[in-house]
Design a protein around this ligand. Sequence first.
Ligand code: GRF
Length: 189
Amino acid sequence: MKAQLAIFASGNGSNAQAIIDACKQGIINADVAIIITDNPNAFIIKRAVKENIECKIFKPKVFTDKLSYEKEILKLLTALNIEWIVLAGYMRLIGTVLLTAYPKKILNIHPSLLPKYKGLNAIKQAIDNNDNELGVTIHYVDEGVDTGEIIEQEKITIEDLNLPIEEIEAMVHSVEHKLYVTTLQKLIN
Ligand code: GRF
C-alpha cells in the first residue's frame, strides 16, 4: 500500500515537484494525493494542474479563525486517508487541530542549519551574518517557527559569499530537493 501524502505550499513549489517526481518514479512509496495552498497565485497550482493532482486553495481570510480553517482542511485530509503532511514553502504556522491529528506526521524543510536562522529569508540572514555555513534542515513540525525536532540536516559550505544570492539560493535548493526525497524515503518506505 502506498502512503498518501498531502503537500502544503504557498509559492513556487520546487520541493513539491521533486517529491511528486520521486513518488511517480517509485523512489518514495507514496502518492501525492492532494496539494493544499493558501495562495491563489502560487505557481504550485500550475504544477498541480500539469501533474493532474488535486489542488485546493484554502484562503484563511474566509474562515473566522485558525481552528475552523484547519478543521475544514482536516475534513478533506481525512476523506483522502492522508497519512503525512509535507510542508514545502508553506508560509503559515500549523495549529492545534492539525498538530493533534497528525502527531509526528507533519514535516517541514528549512534552508538553514537550524537552530540557526529560523523564520523568513534564512539564506539572506546567513549571508548578512557573514556565515558561510549554510545548510538544509528537515524537521517535525510543532507550534513554533522552525523549532520542531530535527530529522536530517545537510551542511553547505559557500566558499564565496559575494556570489549573487540567486546562485547561492540555487545551490541550497538543489540540496533541498535531494534531502527532502531521501528523508521521505527513509520515513515512509
Ligand atoms: C524552500 O527554500 C524551503 O526550504 C522553504 O521555502 C522554500 C520553498 O521553495 N521553507 P519551493 O516553493 O519549494 O521552491
